[in-house]
Design a protein around this ligand. Structure first.
Ligand code: F6R
Length: 366
């Protein structure tokens, strides 16, 4: 049941401190700073040896895949391609014997993702799964995998499944990097300790839900939204836009912030809300200039900033603070306020948040 929340979606957003912790439980051991992924025991060697990983998924899970791409490339120095399962399966994709193909799927039943895996398997690939539903079709067809332990997700819009997917992909990328020796012992420890600290940080963001609600209220009648981020926050921007579209029916687009000037900036005027994910990471200065570009054209800016930032709050209309974390773990933090913004706007528009029109929880037809 909804456990006192108005909707399953809100309950699931608030469950994230636990679902993220559950997705790490028994895998990270801080006492000896170690990481065990039982599900990949026989495959980690192969992942560490491959020169190419292909990730296949749809929708929100595809966004988690994009986060995975950054993590694998940065930490394990391996080439990663993230494919929409529906596109991959109808091309003649180049897959050779022994390639690693990872499917990401909450339900484990998505028809296109399943078909992409069958195709990859028929070409001799090693197919791995990151699924939430134990015993699902994808979990059964894959050679091995790592479950996200998010618990049942009822709301059609994926929230806790996304952060659980990102958690598990982080673990796989860190384990691969450790095995390959492409990560320093210091960074390895920092990331493991950083991951363990995420649930408490998510909890802290959830405590500011009322403030996020007040800001969201002012945008109830917007007809468009743009979400911008750079680096690891770019997939978060895509996910923020998807969430808003699906439950509020407001047209929204996510872009890498630097792409603005190649077209979308023409959309900016005083009626265009722009959400910047502008945390203090290695693209901070760049994103500050992107914010200036939007403010110069009178866009209304909501910025997700790192606690204690004093510069951006002076430039923008609204700020939402999030705790500091290692740059590589930011999506686990920055996606939370975006989920809440979508939720509150949709509720204020009177939408059926848990069951948006035209959408199904698991897409078992192509
Ligand atoms: C969006 C959403 C969908 C799913 C997509 C894939 O909130 O839920 O975009 O992410 O249909 O579903 P799974 O992960 O079950 O394969």
């Amino acid at each position: 049941e909804k456990g006192g929340y108005d909707h399953f979606m809100l309950k699931e957003i608030f469950e994230q401190p636990r679902s993220i912790a559950d997705s790490m439980r028994g895998r990270i051991n801080l006492e000896n700073a170690s990481l065990q992924l039982g599900g990949l025991r026989d495959y980690l060697d192969k992942i560490a040896k491959t020169d190419r990983i292909v990730i296949v998924a749809c929708g929100t899970s595809w966004h988690a895949g994009l986060v995975g791409e950054y993590l694998f490339e940065e930490l394990a120095r391996v080439n990663v391609e993230v494919e929409y399962a529906s596109e991959f399966r109808y091309r003649n994709p180049i897959i050779k014997e022994g390639d690693i193909v990872i499917a990401i799927s909450q339900s484990g039943e998505t028809a296109d993702t399943m078909a992409a895996l069958e195709l990859a398997k028929s070409k001799g690939a090693i197919i791995l799964g990151v699924c939430n539903v134990v015993g699902s079709s994808i979990a059964r067809i894959t050679h091995a995998g790592v479950y996200t332990h998010a618990g049942p997700e009822i709301g059609v819009a994926s929230t806790k499944a996304f952060t659980a997917q990102v958690t598990v992909l982080s673990l796989i990328a860190i384990a691969t990097a450790h095995k390959k020796g492409t990560i320093s012992q210091d960074l390895y420890r920092e990331l493991l300790f950083g991951l363990e600290a995420i649930p408490a940080k998510v909890e802290k963001i959830l405590k500011s839900a009322d403030k996020i609600k007040d800001i969201s209220k002012l945008f109830t009648f917007a007809s468009n939204f743009i979400f911008l981020g750079r680096g690891l926050n770019f997939p978060v921007a895509l996910e923020g836009a998807l969430k808003l579209k699906e439950i509020s029916y407001i047209h929204a687009e996510g872009y890498p912030a630097a792409e603005m000037k190649h077209g979308p900036i023409a959309l900016i005027d005083e009626d265009m809300p722009v959400v910047f994910i502008a945390t203090k990471d290695n693209s901070y200065e760049k994103i500050v200039s992107n914010i200036q570009e939007v403010k110069a054209r009178k866009g209304r800016v909501i910025a997700i900033v790192t606690e204690g930032d004093t510069l951006i709050p002076k430039m923008v209309d609204f700020v939402i603070e999030v705790p500091r974390t290692n740059d590589l773990l930011l999506p686990l933090i920055t996606s939370i306020p975006l989920q809440l913004i979508s939720y509150y706007i949709a509720v204020m528009r009177g939408r059926n948040v848990d069951q948006p029109r035209n959408l199904a929880k698991s897409v078992t037809v192509e």
